[in-house]
Ligand binder design. Structure first.
Ligand code: HEM
Length: 220
């Protein structure tokens, strides 16, 4: 059993499939995360968001869900680093490497760079809301408002989210091809759907630092 898994992960096809699978699951997390965060806009001085945040933190399954999420992020990043390294090595010794699916675009050519930018954002983000947990537990809305009204934090968030949008605009469609799904009609449709989803997610997340930094949220 283990040797089957080892062989799967050590083959470049297996690694790409796992990277695609972990990436799609992370997109699922992002959709749920944005849906919850939209309650920050309720205009009720944080009542809806605080109820949501306290509801989540009292879920008995939370530690398991957080562990699964951490493993998804770590697995996705480790696979990306290994794939990028191997592609570079192959290029150095003169192999033609097909590292992306579809046409070459800025997004497809900069997956590693946008991924690293999102990772830097994520480290800051977890520091803001997870590692300084005590302040967050007292009043989640107040913590978000304080963090995002700070111009430097807002700029880091904006940069990270723009990078996330570019990353996702290529990732979604490409993931299905890495999983072996290749259809003359549906593959182009999935690519368009992936781009629309990336724009929607990035716009939704971007609205939050903009709202608290420049807009109403910061003036409370
Ligand atoms: C401006 C946009 C965002 C805001 C306001 C926001 C807000 C938050 C808050 C308040 C928490 C703490 C939740 C809790 O502990 O109950 C959190 C956790 C988290 N966020 Fe975000 N988030 C944003 C964007 C993102 C993005 C773009 C990503 C991924 C790339 C992300 C990934 C995470 C992760 C992994 C956690 C930890 C989840 C956990 O351990 O329960 N967030 N976020």
């Amino acid at each position: 059993m283990l040797s089957w898994i080892e062989r799967f992960v050590s083959s470049s096809v297996g690694r790409k499939a796992l990277m695609a699978l972990t990436g799609l699951m992370l997109i699922g997390f992002l959709i749920a995360h944005l849906a919850g965060n939209l309650s920050l806009f309720a205009g009720d001085e944080g009542a809806a968001f605080n109820a949501y945040a306290h509801g989540i933190s009292s879920l008995p399954i939370l530690p398991i869900a957080e562990l699964a999420l951490a493993l998804l992020f770590i697995g996705h990043i480790a696979l990306a680093v290994k794939t990028t390294r191997e592609n570079r090595r192959a290029r150095l010794i003169g192999y033609q490497v097909v590292s992306t699916h579809g046409q070459k675009t800025f997004a497809s050519q900069s997956m590693f760079l946008t991924g690293v930018t999102v990772l830097i954002f994520l480290i800051k983000h977890l520091w803001d809301f997870r590692l300084q947990k005590e302040a967050f537990e007292v009043d989640p809305f107040d913590s978000v408002q304080t963090a995002l009204s700070d111009p430097l934090t807002a700029c880091v968030y904006i940069l990270g989210i723009v990078a996330l949008g570019i990353h996702l605009s290529h990732a979604f469609g490409s993931a299905f091809q890495s999983l072996g799904f290749n259809h003359p009609k549906y593959t182009p449709l999935l690519r368009v759907f992936g781009k629309v989803l990336a724009v929607l997610l990035a716009t939704g997340f971007l609205a939050l630092p903009l709202y608290f930094w420049l807009g109403q949220g910061g003036s409370n």
